[in-house]
Design a protein around this ligand. Structure first.
Ligand code: GDP
Length: 471
């Protein structure tokens, strides 16, 4: 600062002392102090605005309310294995093929759109919460609505509970499709009753969870389900601005021998056009061709529209976000920077919540809610731990059990923890090897206990900043 003022450093230090600031020669002074000192030397200081490459080439300006128009909802189908997710996705896809397309090929590009009256709904073609949460862990928030499929003859099963908690953690709206209504053992009332145990109270019972009886086999109720999706979307007032540079998420990507990298992207805002330069994760390219889910070549894709594109330099990863950018050269610089950031992934992993840094994060006001996933050998322990831990909530931080279940700590638990910034506690259970590996990689704190009391004591200490350090 003295150099810039072209005066000797002690001069500046003296003036600082006059202001009651006792600084040594290499100390940093804040902007307001600098203004005052500069004034004494008849100089003027201006704030240097650091503009990142991202800011220079990616249009992230707030969209003016006036430019926003309604966009189609993006829906994911979740539920226990064999409850009919794939069957429902297939029925919806085929029942909505219009006359002209009937003979045409439908392409599986990872997502598809159907018409419901004059409205559109976009479905992600990969059922299940694993894909959904992996994307979320990468920072992508693509879905608006989750359709939870529960077989009427089987009721709520472990993966149903997982799906419910993954959807809740993501904050998406949940609709329940009670499937296999054509089967003899179908008992929708039992399903509804079970749902209430997970705080999903059916609308007809005074709650706000729509539950629709359907059958993928007879197609009963499928149209009602679609109508309900539209109704839910209307209440959510989903909007986007089609008149801006496109941004969205990579749904899936692969390398084709002839065509090079091929990616299905979901446009979430703006309109993607053939010829646009885009940055997707850590790769750059220019959109060479675009194909929609019906296999047709298109030149434009607006909000909530999935398209398969070619022209990227490399294969991005599902869950990568993409942006159409204004400057190809800077785009390459940005990618360079992102690749460097990736090398520092270890560093980023450390900013996750752990029992060791919990207190610090609470003190900095960054942690208002401690999210915990509980796995135990018996249901009784899950409930006991849930209750005792939630009671630890105080004015500063709320303890929230986002998922609790019987069984080993699985990869899905780690993914949920990673995507939601939660810690995992296990009682008399072990993580499976894949889960252990991913937890280590993603920096997810996993604590295993034999005695419930130990866990409660440790978390209570961590919340008070009195956790004994581990060596
Ligand atoms: P996913 O694992 O959830 O994707 O389930 P699938 O869609 O693969 O379906 C699992 C099994 O249930 C298959 O044999 C389907 O034919 C059957 N299934 C799916 N929906 C229905 C239905 O509405 N009624 C009957 N009876 N069977 C169904």
């Amino acid at each position: 600062f003295a150099l810039r003022l072209k005066v000797a450093a002690p001069e500046v230090i003296k003036k600082l002392m006059g202001l009651g600031v006792f600084a040594a020669i290499n100390d940093t002074i804040d902007f307001d102090t600098a203004v005052l000192i500069a004034d004494e030397f008849h100089a003027k200081v201006e704030k240097e605005v650091v503009v990142t490459i991202e800011e220079r080439i990616i249009d992230d300006s707030e969209d003016d309310e006036a430019n926003l128009v309604a966009r189609a909802p993006v829906v994911v189908v979740m539920g226990h294995v064999d409850h009919g997710k794939t069957s429902i996705l297939d029925v919806i896809r085929h029942s909505n093929v219009t006359e002209g397309e009937a003979g045409g090929i439908t392409q599986h590009i990872g997502a598809y759109r159907v018409k419901v009256g004059d409205r559109d709904v976009t479905f992600l073609d990969t059922p299940g919460h694993a894909a959904f949460t992996t994307m979320r862990a990468r920072g992508a928030q693509v879905t608006d609505i989750a359709v939870l499929v529960v077989a009427a003859d089987d009721g709520i099963m472990p993966q149903t509970v997982e799906a419910i908690n993954h959807a809740k953690a993501a904050g998406v709206s949940i609709l329940v499709a009670i499937n296999k209504m054509d089967k003899d053992g179908a008992n929708p009332d039992r399903v509804k009753e079970q749902l209430t145990e997970y705080e999903l109270v059916p609308e007809e019972w005074g709650g706000d969870t729509p539950c629709l009886p359907v059958s993928a086999h007879t197609k009963q109720g499928i149209n009602d389900l679609l109508e309900m999706i539209i109704l839910t979307a209307d209440m959510m007032e989903l909007k986007a601005n089609p008149d801006r540079a496109a941004k969205g998420t990579v749904i899936e990507a692969r390398l084709d021998k002839g065509m090079g990298p091929i990616a299905t992207v979901l446009v979430q805002n703006g309109t993607l056009k053939a010829g646009d330069t885009i940055v997707a994760g850590a790769t750059v390219g220019r959109v060479r061709s675009m194909m929609d889910d019906k296999g047709r070549r298109v030149t434009e894709a607006g909000p909530s529209v999935p398209v398969e594109i070619t022209g990227l330099g490399d294969v991005p990863v599902g869950g990568d976000t993409f942006d159409a950018v204004s400057d190809e050269r800077l785009a390459r610089e940005l990618v360079e920077q992102r690749l460097n950031d990736q090398k520092e992934e270890v560093f980023r992993a450390q900013t996750k919540v752990t029992l060791d840094n919990l207190f610090e994060q609470m003190r900095e006001g960054e942690m208002k809610e401690l999210k915990i996933i509980v796995k135990a050998d018996v249901q009784g322990s899950v409930e006991a731990v849930r209750q005792s831990l939630e009671k630890l909530s105080n004015d500063e931080v709320r303890v929230h059990i986002i998922h609790g279940a019987v069984g080993a700590v699985s990869e899905s638990d780690v993914m949920l923890a990673n995507a939601s910034n939660a810690i995992i506690v296990g009682f008399n259970v072990r993580p499976d090897p894949v889960a252990e590996e991913s937890a280590k990689r993603d920096g997810v704190d996993m604590r295993l206990y034999r005695i419930i009391y130990d866990c409660i004591e440790e978390i209570e200490s961590a919340m008070k900043g009195m956790l004994a350090p581990k060596y």
